[in-house]
Design a protein. Sequence first.
Length: 237
Amino acid sequence: MNSRVFVGGIALAAGTVLCVAAQAADLPPKRVPPAVAPVAYAPPVYNWSGFYVGGNLGAGFADSSWSDPFTGAHNSFSKSGFLGGGQVGVNWQINALVLGIEGDFDWTGLKASGHDSVGNTINTDTQWTSTVTGRVGAAFDRLLVYGKGGVAFAHDNDSVNILGAAASASLTRTGWTAGAGLEYAFAPNWTAKIEYDYLGFGSETLNLQPAGGPTYNTNASLNVQEVKAGINFKFGP
């Protein structure tokens, strides 16, 4: 009797296991959670705002004309030479708009000489130029396209040699300037630029003073074009 009970119990247990297994096989497969897309990293957009200082090198081209006060002959000169100096400024960025103020100073080697109709030698030498300008530009991340305009200054030394006697004059001019350029941020705090500027000074009076003689007045004009490349260091982030 006991063996029958024992065998019946085993059979019942086996049937229960088979029934549970069959029910488990009929269950739907476990749902796999959807894959999560990786988060894309966007590099920060360059910030042009801040104070900066830098240096530049380039070339200048000038047209100068004036009249010989002794003969009345009109003389024109084209002069060119290297230039170099520095700049300082500050930018404010509003979205893609960049506004700024900049001042620069360049030593120049713009010299020329010529002769008037009676053989007198005339010399002209623009020794330095300087500008104070406003800048407005459009930023394309690390690239800045800008225009600028403002006031310009230049210093001239001029002379005329008449029969071995020299009369000279020194003049600091004030005029206007306009230009445009491209600037690129190649490192977090370093930018490089290339720029073209036109400096117009019009005509001004030269007071030529020979040694031991009276002063002679004449009108002289000057216009300068500058092409220069520079590097700036920007303070702050």
